[in-house]
Design a protein around this ligand. Structure first.
Ligand SMILES: Nc1ncnc2c1ncn2[C@@H]1O[C@H](COP(=O)(O)OP(=O)(O)OP(=O)(O)O)[C@@H](O)[C@H]1O
Ligand SMILES: [Mg+2]
Length: 283
């Protein structure tokens, strides 16, 4: 069976590299599966796939069924993962392909994978608006059984990141992909001393993009050492760390489906200064 029975598809995109797309895609997929939603996680970052190592399935090769269709790797009962990384001979092997080859493999990921019926398909995109992202949108829009195609755009709050993010927003609008909202990543840090979230960067670029394009800020995620270590080690994520993000996005989707355009339920982190006794920096 190809990808012809999926209720919701969410592309995790950004104009900029290294802002946390894969981290958010993996956590979103994991959180949905932990809630009993049948979830697919598709990594279309062909040149820099991260999903396999972030989910700790590096040593599991993809098997095929009797129709020669690839069988997604199951991380848990409800999470089905497909990535180019599972098809490479060695994790260090680079993918050296031009546009048509890339389009071909993405088409295979949709048409020649034995996807089960899915409540959600989360797609981890490469940075920018190149061949891979364009191909997947066009292929998904051709699929008659696919109902909700939307995107979450991720950024860090630096001006230079937002110059590219604004392009991603315009791209999504041109391609008629609904924008669920922006996620601002790593603008604050969780203080190891007082456990509070401390603002590190000016977040006005996020506010500006949100205002200019009438897009909600879905979440602001602090820099958290635990998130980084879990990403590096491919640990099984604890349930608690996913819940906030999932509930925010689910709420947004429910309100959209009821015809509401504006979403007011912002769950900003508590951005307070560190307590009276800040930790001394190590000398
Ligand atoms: N909130 C966070 N706190 C700490 N580390 C984070 C956080 N978000 C992402 N990271 C780390 O930052 C690095 C880059 O994140 P990630 O790979 O998810 O970005 P990306 O946008 O997918 O990058 P690329 O454009 O290369 O695909 C990773 O090491 C990841 O673990
Ligand atoms: Mg990535």
């Amino acid at each position: 069976m190809s990808l012809n029975s999926v209720k919701n598809i969410i592309l995790v995109m950004s104009g900029k590299g290294g802002v946390g797309k894969s981290t958010i895609a993996v956590r979103l997929a994991f959180g949905l599966s932990q809630q009993g939603k049948n979830t697919g996680l598709l990594d279309i970052d062909l040149h820099g796939p991260s999903v396999v190592s972030m989910t700790g399935i590096e040593n599991q090769p993809i098997q095929t069924n009797q129709d020669h269709h690839m069988i997604p790797i199951q991380k848990n009962e409800y999470l089905h993962i497909v990535s180019i990384a599972s098809l490479l001979d060695h994790p260090d092997s680079p993918v050296i392909w031009r546009g048509p080859m890339k389009m071909g493999v993405i088409e295979q990921f949709i048409k020649e994978v034995a996807w089960p019926s899915l409540d959600y398909l989360i797609v981890d995109c490469p940075p920018g608006t190149g061949d891979e992202v364009l191909s997947i949108i066009q292929l998904l829009q051709q699929g008659s059984q696919i109902v909700n195609l939307s995107t979450i755009i991720v950024s860090t709050p630096q001006k230079i990141a937002y110059l590219d993010v604004r392009k991603s927003i315009q791209f999504a609008k041109k391609m008629n992909v609904a924008i669920l909202g922006l996620i601002e990543n790593m603008s604050s840090i969780i203080c190891p001393h007082c456990n509070q979230s401390i603002l590190m960067l000016d977040t006005s670029e996020t506010e500006r993009a949100s205002k200019d394009f009438q897009i909600d800020i879905l979440a602001r995620i602090p820099w958290d050492q635990k998130v980084l270590l879990e990403g590096d080690q491919g640990l099984s994520f604890d349930k608690k760390s996913n819940i906030g993000l999932i509930s925010i996005i689910m709420k947004k989707r429910i309100e959209k489906s009821r015809g509401k355009i504006h979403w007011s339920g912002r769950e900003d982190l508590n951005l307070r200064p560190c307590g009276p006794k800040p930790h001394a920096l190590p000398s």
